[in-house]
Write a protein of this length. Structure first.
Lengths: 303, 529
C-alpha cells in the first residue's frame, strides 16, 4: 500500500502524530469504507433492542406456526419478516441484530482481556528475561502449537455453554498472540537508549515498563488486536455453529447459521444465508480497518 | 457437531455421485444404516442396531413381526401348562450354519450363557432371570419353570438369540466379533465384519424360514445423516434407514426413490419432578426465588402443562409429519392401547385457569431440559414447548445438552422438567408401565427409567395384578386400566410417537418395522409393474 506516500502531502507542514495517523488512514478509500460499515454494524448492535421488530430471545414472542417463513412474509404478529424466519418462527432480521450484539461483545470482550493478559505476560518475559522469559515463551509455543478451535472446544466441553465461558475460552486461546507480539517489540525497544537512560535514572521498574516501554510497543499491539477481534468473532461463530457456544434460545450468528444448515438442501436458504452475510460483512470490515492500521502504524512500510 | 458431519457428508456424497448402478445388480443388496453395530455377540449389548444384525444371523424361540406382535420362530408353539410352567415345542430339522442340529439342549445352554457374558454394558439377563428351571422333556420340547406366573415369557424370549451348545461352549464376545463364532440359525451367514464400518453377509441356503431374496448383503454403517441420504441419491446404497425429517419431503418427491414408513414404538414425552415435596431445583416464582412447595406435585399444574402444548403444531412444523401426537404410551393397535385416551386439546386459556386454581395465577418459572443429539429435532421440540408454556403463563427457559450429560443429570433427579424418549421394544403396555411410571424399586427392577420418580399406588397395584395374569384379554384390560390411571394423573406428559422411515431406490420394497430394526430379510425386489 505505497499509495499512502502519494496521498501524504509533501508540504513540510507540521502535523501532530494523530493528525498524520488520521490522514494516512483515510487515504485508503476501502479502509474508510470498512470503518464506516463497521461503525454502522456497531450502531445496529447497540440499538438492537429499540430497532428490532421482535425480541428474538423472548420465547413468548415466537410462534412455531410462523416457522421457516420466506423473506417478506407477514407473520401472525402482524409485522413483515423481511429476512424470513427460522425453524422456531424467529424473525431473522431481529435475530441477526441481536446476534451481532453477541458477536461483537464476545469479540471485543475476549480481545481486550486477552490483550491485557497477553501484553502483561509478554512484557514481563521481555523485561525479566532469563528463566521467566523461557517459561512464558514455552507456554506461548505450547499454546500456539495447539489448534485454537480444538483448545476452545475442550475448554467449553469442560466448562459448559454460556457467553462468559466462550469469552474465557477465547481468552485462553488468544493471549499467546499478544504475548508474542509484545515480547518481540519490547525486546527491540529495551535496547534503545531511552530505556537505558531511564534505568540510569533509577526509575522504578514498573514505571519504566508502563510509561516508557509499553507505549512504544502499542502500535503492533493495536494491529494484532484488531485482527484478533475478527478472529474471535469467527471463532465464536464456529463454536456456536458446533453447538458449544451460546444457549439455543439466545442464538448468536453462528448458531443461526447452524440452525438453518439442515434446511439448505430443502431450499430454505435464508435461515443460514443472511446471518452468514452479516458475519462475513462484520469480519471483512474489521479486517479492512486492521489492514490499514497495520500499514499506517508499521514504520517499515514507510519510506 | 452435526454441522461438520453434514459438510463432510455433502462432500462425500458429491464425490461418489455418478457411480449409480442399475437395479439389475440383483442378488446383492447394499444397505446404509445410521447407527453403528457395537457387537456381533447376541447376548452382549441390548441395542437396536445389534438386535437387527443378530436377527439376520441368529434366531430366537419367538420373533416379532413388523407390528411388534409375537410370532413363532425356533419354537413352533407355546402355552402355559400351569400358572408357573410354560411349554415350548421346538421346530424340527433346524441346523446351525455349521451343520450342527438345533435341539432343546441348545436352548438350555443359551439360558445358562446369557447372564454370564462378561462386561455386558446392557445385559439380556432380565429376559432369562424369571426362569427358575429349564426342564428338557425331549429333544424338541421344553418346560420353563418360573417362581410366579409370568405372562411375558413369549415376549421376552423374542430377545434371546439361541446359540449352539457344541459350537459356542467357550465362545467369547471377541470370537463373535472376529467372525468364527458368528454361527446361528438365521437367514444369513456373516462373511466379514469391520467394526463400526461394514458387515458382509451371504444367504444361508439351509434357512428354515422364507429364503431371503439376496445372495449377498453389504451392510454399511453411515452415521452421518447427510452422507447417508447422499449415498442413496448417488445409488451407492440401495436402502437407508433413519431418514432425516428435513429430507423426507425432498425424498418423497424424488421419482427414483420409494419410502417405507410406519408408526414406531418410540414415545417422546416430558418427565416431571415428582420426587420433591419442597422446592424443585428448576422451578422458581416470577422473581426467580425458589417456591417452597413443588408445584409439579399438583395434578392441576401437570394438566395445565400438558394442555398448554399444541402437539399438532410440533408434529406438523417441527417433526414435519414424521410423528403423531400421543396421549398414551403406544400407538393404536398395540397390546394395551386405550381407545379414546387422546392428548388434551391445546388450550392455553384453560391452562392459565387451572394454574390459577392451583394457586399460581401469575404462573411461575421453569427450566425445561432436553438432549440435543439423541432424538430427531430434540432441541427444537423443547424450544417449541418453551414458547407454548411461556404463552400459558409459565415462563420457560430451555437448556439442551449432549445426551450423555443430560441423561446423567436426569437419572440423578437433578432436573424439574425434561424431554426424553422411550422405545417400547416389546410393543405392549406392561413394558413402559413397569419401566417409566411404576414406583422406583431397585429390588424388583421396576421404575428403572422412572427418572421423575412418579409414584401412584393404584397404578402399581393394577400393574402388579396384570403381571400375574396369564389370560391375554384380561391382562390387556388391566394394562389399559393402569395406563388410564397414569395418564389421567399426568404421571408423564406424552408428546408424540415417532414414525420410522426407510428410503430405497425404486425397484426395492421393504416391510417397515415398528421396532426400527433394519434387516436384509425385510427387503425384497419390488413386484414388477
Amino acid at each position: 500500500m505505497s499509495t499512502t506516500i502519494a496521498a501524504a502531502p509533501p508540504v513540510p507542514k507540521v502535523e501532530t502524530p494523530l493528525q498524520r495517523f488520521v490522514s494516512e488512514f483515510v487515504a485508503s478509500r476501502i479502509a474508510l469504507f470498512g470503518l464506516v460499515v463497521f461503525l454502522a454494524i456497531v450502531a445496529i448492535a447497540v440499538l438492537a433492542p429499540w430497532i428490532a421488530p421482535q425480541n428474538p430471545y423472548d420465547l413468548a414472542q415466537l410462534d412455531i406456526m410462523d416457522g421457516r417463513m420466506e423473506p417478506g412474509t407477514v407473520g401472525g404478529a402482524g409485522f413483515t419478516y423481511w429476512l424470513g424466519t427460522d425453524d422456531q418462527g424467529r424473525d431473522m432480521l431481529s435475530g441477526i441484530m441481536y446476534g451481532l450484539r453477541i458477536s461483537l461483545m464476545v469479540g471485543a470482550g475476549s480481545a481486550i482481556i486477552a490483550c491485557l493478559v497477553g501484553a502483561s505476560l509478554g512484557m514481563l518475559a521481555a523485561y525479566a528475561g532469563g528463566r521467566t522469559d523461557s517459561l512464558i515463551m514455552r507456554l506461548v509455543d505450547l499454546q500456539l502449537s495447539f489448534p485454537a478451535i480444538l483448545a476452545a472446544l475442550m475448554i467449553l466441553a469442560f466448562l459448559g455453554k454460556g457467553i462468559l465461558n466462550v469469552v474465557f475460552a477465547l481468552v485462553i486461546v488468544e493471549w499467546a498472540y499478544y504475548a508474542r507480539t509484545v515480547r518481540g517489540s519490547a525486546l527491540v525497544e529495551r535496547r534503545r537508549e531511552y530505556i537505558e537512560a531511564a534505568q540510569c535514572l533509577a526509575l522504578p521498574t514498573r514505571r519504566i515498563i508502563f510509561r516508557h516501554l509499553l507505549p512504544n510497543c502499542l502500535p503492533p499491539l493495536i494491529v494484532v488486536g484488531t485482527m484478533q477481534v475478527a478472529r474471535a468473532i469467527a471463532l465464536e461463530a464456529t463454536l456456536s455453529f458446533l453447538g458449544l457456544g451460546v444457549p439455543i434460545t439466545e442464538p448468536s450468528l453462528g448458531l443461526l447459521i447452524s440452525n438453518g444448515y439442515e434446511y439448505m438442501l430443502s431450499g430454505k436458504y435464508w435461515i443460514s444465508f443472511y446471518p452468514g452475510i452479516a458475519l462475513l460483512v462484520t469480519i471483512v470490515s474489521i479486517n479492512l480497518v486492521g489492514d490499514q492500521l497495520r500499514d499506517v502504524l508499521n514504520p517499515r512500510l514507510k519510506k | 457437531m452435526t454441522g461438520i458431519r453434514h459438510a463432510a457428508g455433502l462432500a462425500a456424497g458429491l464425490a461418489i455421485a455418478g457411480l449409480a448402478l442399475g437395479p439389475a445388480a440383483a442378488q446383492t443388496l447394499t444397505m446404509g444404516v445410521g447407527a453403528p453395530v457395537t457387537s456381533i455377540d447376541p447376548h452382549y449389548h441390548q441395542l437396536s442396531p445389534n438386535t437387527a444384525v443378530a436377527g439376520m444371523i441368529f434366531s430366537a424361540l419367538t420373533a416379532t413381526d413388523g407390528r411388534a406382535r409375537i410370532v413363532p420362530d425356533l419354537a413352533e408353539s407355546w402355552r402355559p401348562i400351569s400358572d408357573t410352567v410354560w411349554e415350548f415345542k421346538l421346530r424340527q430339522g433346524v441346523t446351525f450354519h455349521n451343520g450342527s442340529p438345533f435341539t432343546a439342549e441348545d436352548v438350555a445352554f443359551t439360558f445358562e450363557r446369557v447372564p454370564k457374558v462378561p462386561n455386558s454394558p446392557s445385559s439380556y439377563a432380565i429376559y432369562t432371570r424369571p426362569i427358575t428351571r429349564v426342564e428338557i422333556v425331549d429333544s424338541h420340547t421344553l418346560h420353563l419353570h418360573t417362581a410366579v406366573p409370568y405372562p411375558l415369557m413369549p415376549t421376552d424370549l423374542a430377545s434371546v438369540m439361541i446359540l449352539d451348545r457344541e459350537t459356542h461352549a467357550t465362545a467369547t464376545t471377541e470370537g463373535f466379533n472376529a467372525g468364527p463364532m458368528a454361527i446361528g440359525t438365521g437367514p444369513f451367514r456373516m462373511v466379514s465384519h469391520r467394526n463400526g464400518d461394514r458387515i458382509e453377509f451371504e444367504r444361508n441356503s439351509t434357512y428354515f424360514g422364507t429364503q431371503p431374496a439376496w445372495a449377498r448383503v453389504n451392510y454399511r454403517m453411515i452415521t452421518n445423516d447427510a452422507a447417508r441420504t447422499a449415498a442413496l441419491l448417488a445409488g451407492d446404497v440401495d436402502v437407508i434407514d433413519q431418514v432425516p425429517t428435513s429430507d423426507l419431503a425432498k425424498l418423497r418427491g424424488d421419482q427414483r426413490l420409494t419410502l417405507a414408513e410406519t408408526t414406531g414404538l418410540r414415545l417422546i414425552f416430558l418427565g416431571l419432578d415428582h420426587m420433591r415435596e419442597d422446592a424443585s431445583p428448576f422451578v422458581t416464582d416470577n422473581e426467580g426465588k425458589p417456591i417452597a412447595r413443588n408445584p409439579l406435585k399438583d395434578v392441576r399444574v401437570r394438566r395445565a402443562l400438558s394442555m398448554a402444548i399444541d402437539r399438532g403444531a410440533i408434529t406438523e412444523r417441527v417433526m414435519e409429519g414424521a410423528a403423531i401426537p400421543a396421549g398414551q404410551f403406544l400407538p393404536e393397535g398395540s397390546f394395551g392401547y386405550v381407545p379414546g385416551l387422546n392428548p388434551p386439546r391445546p388450550d392455553p386459556e384453560a391452562a392459565r385457569k387451572l394454574l390459577a386454581e392451583a394457586g399460581y395465577p401469575q404462573g411461575f418459572r421453569i427450566t425445561l431440559h432436553g438432549p440435543n443429539d439423541r432424538y430427531p429435532n430434540d432441541a427444537r421440540i423443547i424450544q417449541a414447548i418453551g414458547q407454548m408454556w411461556t404463552r400459558a403463563g409459565i415462563r420457560t427457559a430451555v437448556e439442551a445438552q449432549p445426551w450423555t450429560t443430560f441423561v446423567g443429570r436426569a437419572a440423578r433427579q437433578e432436573l424439574s422438567a425434561f424431554l426424553i424418549g422411550w422405545g417400547t421394544s416389546s410393543g405392549e403396555a406392561s413394558n413402559p408401565l413397569r419401566n417409566l411410571t411404576a414406583t422406583f424399586d431397585r429390588e424388583k427392577g421396576y421404575g428403572a427409567s422412572n427418572r421423575g420418580r412418579y409414584s401412584n399406588p393404584e397404578a402399581d397395584r393394577i400393574l402388579e395384578q396384570a403381571m400375574r395374569e396369564l389370560d391375554d384379554a384380561r391382562r390387556e384390560a388391566l394394562l389399559q386400566q393402569a395406563t388410564r390411571v397414569v395418564f389421567e394423573d399426568v404421571g408423564i406428559v406424552p408428546m408424540h410417537i415417532q414414525r420410522n422411515a426407510w428410503a430405497m431406490r425404486r425397484g426395492f420394497a421393504m416391510e417397515a418395522r415398528a421396532d426400527e430394526l433394519t434387516r436384509a430379510q425385510d427387503v425384497r425386489p419390488a413386484a414388477a409393474r
